[in-house]
Write a protein that binds this ligand. Structure first.
Ligand code: 8X3
Length: 266
């Protein structure tokens, strides 16, 4: 991939968003662009991020697409090297670790280890890969922000959640540990833990494309969160003054009181 030119003397700060091809990632990219960030859109699906970049450009915003699989460490390192963070300008100020997802709802007793491995790869090692790779640039910016989109599954478990819950607990622990380890540096670590969010793909991916099972997740729930709701929360957290660190923000729809307790209208 060609270098991503980030710096002009008048350039706005840069926000890198992973998993920007759909759902919370795409909505966050739109909001951050509207908030004045130059957004670098990363995801595996090049056509999607190119279309989003074109949409943002059309609206007068700055956006750069970069096809990337965060589980591919070599590709992540290449991406980081391609970011021109040595010139003048604020550079990469924000990293939104959004790429992730669930595969299956099998109980621990019968779950497929391949699903667990894939979920650990994207939800944990994906965050590790790109966060490690961009920390020098985030530090150099003088006011860096790392956002980790974990989940309420990162804070408490439920039957059938095993592999996803374990992986999201991993993401939660990265946020907690990183905040301890970086204290004193000009970087804050923000964890956003959404509950039930109805997006085009999360449940569909989890159930291997089974639309009926995916729809059942939200059945009778008047207003699950939307990708835009979560993007709003991310953008609010990121746009607080740099000394204000929203450590952990749990956001659920009003109809959901806990991972277990969801009000459904019949
Ligand atoms: C999604 C929330 O409840 O499906 O991260 O695990 S849940």
């Amino acid at each position: 991939m060609p270098a991503v030119p980030l710096h002009r003397p008048e350039a706005p700060p840069v926000a890198v968003v992973t998993g920007a091809s759909s759902g919370i990632g795409a909505a966050t990219a739109r909001r951050l662009a509207a908030a004045g960030y130059r957004v670098v859109l990363t995801a595996r699906r090049k056509d999607r991020i190119e279309a989003l970049a074109a949409e943002l450009a059309e609206a007068g915003h700055e956006a750069v697409p970069y096809a990337l699989d965060v589980t591919d460490r070599a590709a992540v390192d290449e991406f980081a090297a391609s970011l021109d963070h040595h010139g003048p300008g604020p550079g990469v100020q924000v990293l939104v670790n959004n790429a992730g997802g669930a595969l299956g709802t099998d109980p621990v007793e019968t779950a497929d280890p391949a699903d667990w491995r894939a979920m650990y790869e994207v939800n944990v090692l994906g965050v590790l890969n790109i966060t490690q790779a961009l920390l020098p640039s985030l530090t150099a910016s003088g006011a860096g922000t790392v956002v980790i989109l974990s989940s309420t599954a990162g804070l408490a478990t439920y039957e059938g959640g095993g592999g996803y819950v374990a992986a999201k607990h991993g993401a939660h622990v990265i946020a907690e540990t990183l905040r301890l380890e970086l204290v004193g540096r000009p970087i804050r670590v923000i964890e956003i833990a959404p509950g039930m969010v109805k997006t085009d793909e999360f449940a569909l991916t989890r159930f291997g494309g089974d639309e009926e099972k995916a729809a059942a997740v939200y059945a009778g729930v008047a207003e699950p969160l939307t990708a835009e709701d979560v993007a709003d929360t991310v953008t609010w957290s990121v746009t607080r003054p740099p000394h204000v660190n929203i450590d952990l923000l749990v956001v659920r729809p009003r109809a959901q009181a806990s991972n277990y307790k969801v009000h459904r209208e019949s």
